[in-house]
Ligand binder design. Sequence first.
Ligand code: NAD
Length: 456
Amino acid sequence: MEINKLVQSQRDYFIAGRTRPLAFRKAALIKLRRAIKDNQERIVEAIKKDFGKPEFETLTSEILVSLQEINYAKKNLGKWARPDKAGGGLLNIPSSAHIQKEPYGVVLIMAPWNFPFFLVMAPLVGAIAAGNCAVVKPSEHSPHTTELIMEMLDEIFDQSHIKVVQGDHELGASLLKQRFDFIFFTGSTMVGKMVMKSAAESLTPLVLELGGKSPCIVHYDAELKAAARRIAWGKFLNGGQTCIAPDYLLVHEDIKEEFVSLLKANIRKFMHEGEATEYSKVIHASAFDRLESYLEDSKLLHGGKTNKETLFFEPTLIEVDGFEASSMQDEIFGPVLPILTYKNLEGAIDKVRKLPKPMVVYYFGRSKRLQKIALTNIPSGDFVINDTIMHFTSPRIPVGGVGFSGIGKYHGKESFRAFSHYKSVLKKPARFEIPIRYRPYSNYMALLKKLLRYLY
Ligand code: NAD
């Protein structure tokens, strides 16, 4: 079906009120959960074909987290959708007021390839729970997963409710020419800007979940063994192709040697024997070339083995002199971890805060006072103390960037909120009122002045 006809059919479906009842939305979430469970093995296989993601990582970071989002939304939907009470305020006596949660209507969801299943499912759960119709565009770089998602959703949803469309950036561009009521975009900052420009034409509300360079600070009072384990895991999960991966390390110079050797030991352990084949590939040749170029102006500390034919890129640690290095110019988005050192924490914080605001800051250190200094002095989408990535796994923690790393939050209740318009409603009795607002003002001037003096 042509895109404009699809959007029109979804608009008709929405206007007919089909998606409004909570029972309909819950039933849709249950169908989605069933489809995921029935297709679990096919999802694992599809993502493996797309970029070799290990089964364990797909089961956890794609399937489990999607099911969690569905269950959490289904359980709490009644509470979220209920109108919130609001106060009409002194100037409106007598009155009542509330906030009504309205679905936007027909929404567009655009997703990247790197968590090709979860990053379609997580916003889709929000769209369904909030009562919208959705056109869903997964990425062309994960074709097997995209095909499977299309097949799964075609089977369980009327296309006037939810429809997957397949294509590359050209399809993306033509979708952006349509009139949607809301856009949820996950992807690069560069394309995010284009999406926002298009949305500006029609002032379409949107959420942008983007990327950037998320720093990871390791202070000398950190629990080094745990820090090395958690950073090595978080960095090289998904072959380093995670929007919230620690992009670069800032390590206190006194512990650098010890910390680097702990990191190496963990990488060796994680890549042990057969496990080495259970490791995601780089998505395509141009990403591979970009990652290899980072090795040119840096000192190799660990790894560096690559195979362009198979797109294998070993977990790699590099030492760089400063923020001018090539690896420090853009989001790395791959298994290369640049390491920089600092002498004092305030100096390191000062450097980071001058860069575009990141998706997340990871801080490792025991002192509560220093944790608080880092937390309050570095602007970022989110902040994690003594771990990496794990904040993304709870539907109770809203996630999202700020500025260059994104606009708006989602997961759990925030997904419902993102896909809803919160409409304020003020209700007054038809006749009775206190008439202190109508001309002639002179009738009430003395009273108004008294009120101002005594009330405020
Ligand atoms: P991308 O921006 O290239 O693509 C994202 C989507 O936009 C895809 O569906 C793609 O087809 C479409 N698209 C690409 N160019 C377009 C254009 N000119 N016009 C319209 N649509 C277009 O991103 P990607 O390479 O698939 O994913 C990697 C990026 O996504 C990284 O920057 C990463 O940090 C970011 N990301 C962010 C999050 C998050 O939650 N914040 C999660 C995952 C990935």
